[in-house]
Design a protein around this ligand. Structure first.
Ligand code: BV8
Length: 254
């Protein structure tokens, strides 16, 4: 007598097979996007209720937008900083932090700027697109921690020289830091397993990273609540919330 319908048993074997892949991996590269922070209450960009629904990316996350209206752009980031300061890492962030300790061969490359992976305990985190709690003084070309919350004056000025400052994030049309990009490429090039969580796989060059692992004969596991541009390439596609899917895979690891 089948305990589970064939479909359910197949799905459980997928979780077990993914867990076997992770257990036997020499090196695991994880790419995360806004979807992993969604369950913490941080809105995604392109989903329902996403940030871009209220705002249009080109009006805000570009150097031209900042040039034209630094106050508007800073108000956008202040809104997100205030929101992020009130949320906590969720179970998905915490499981990845546990895996960093228990597996020892896992590194995260995140497109997120919310710092939630680090707050969950992950140490090996590459922030591809910067960090919302840092700023750059445009006069001194200096990056510094900028934790003023809420921001008092718009646009905020450098406390050292009074010059204009900008968020330390990568905007559309801006090149990523070459050293950070090289680190991310090397990680996905040397990984035999890539786990891609909560990203629409639209933004490049981030979206290219799992394809590098694939090209080198590695395996890709995608976790998302809907299919994405990466899904046809993925060896495993788990449709569901990041914390639920990671919990189920974790059950077969521990
Ligand atoms: C650059 C920063 C070149 C700050 C962001 C090809 C090659 C190179 C460049 C390009 C190219 N094609 C186009 C480009 C240009 C552009 C680009 O990719 N455009 C896209 C829109 C087509 N790329 C760039 O401009 C990049 N720069 O390449 O420069 C260059 C070289 C030399 C000299 C000059 C220039 C810079 C890109 C970085 C842009 N900055 N943000 C900020 O956050 O404000 S991008 C923005 O989108 C976010 O940072 C985020 O990181 C990124 C990706 O979004 P996602 O994280 O995927 O979020 P999204 O909402 O889209 O999706 C969420 C997903 O989660 C969904 O799939 C949803 O289903 C899922 N989900 C929801 N809930 C859950 C869930 N999944 C699981 N569980 C849940 N609970």
């Amino acid at each position: 007598m089948l305990l589970f319908s064939g479909k359910r048993r197949k799905r459980m074997s997928d979780f077990e097979r993914a867990a076997e892949l992770i257990k036997s991996a020499k090196k695991i590269a994880v790419l995360t996007g806004a979807g992993i922070s969604a369950e913490s209450g941080v809105p995604t960009f392109r989903g329902r209720g996403g940030l871009w629904q209220k705002y249009r990316a080109e009006e805000l996350a570009t150097p031209e937008a900042f040039q034209k209206d630094p106050v508007l752009v800073w108000k956008f980031y202040d809104y997100r900083r205030r929101l992020i300061s009130k949320v906590e890492p969720n179970k998905a962030h915490r499981i990845l932090a546990e895996w960093e300790n228990s597996l020892g061969n896992i590194e995260i490359v995140t497109q997120n700027i919310d710092g939630l992976h680090q707050r969950a305990g992950s140490k090996k985190v590459v922030e591809l697109h910067g960090n919302i709690w840092q700023a750059i003084c445009l006069k001194e070309n200096r990056v510094f921690k900028f934790k003023e919350n809420p921001i008092k004056e718009f646009p905020p000025k450098c406390s050292e020289c009074g010059g204009l400052i900008r968020p330390d994030v990568v905007w559309f049309g801006e090149a990523l830091d070459p050293l950070i990009l090289e680190k991310a490429f090397n990680l996905f090039e040397s990984a035999d397993v890539a786990i891609v969580i909560g990203t629409s796989s639209i933004v490049y060059p981030a979206a290219y990273l799992p394809q590098i692992t694939k090209k080198n004969g590695g395996s890709t596991i995608e976790i998302n609540i809907e299919e994405t541009a990466l899904t046809p390439l993925a060896d495993f596609f788990f449709k569901g919330k990041a914390s639920d899917i990671l919990s189920q895979i974790n059950n077969y690891l521990s």
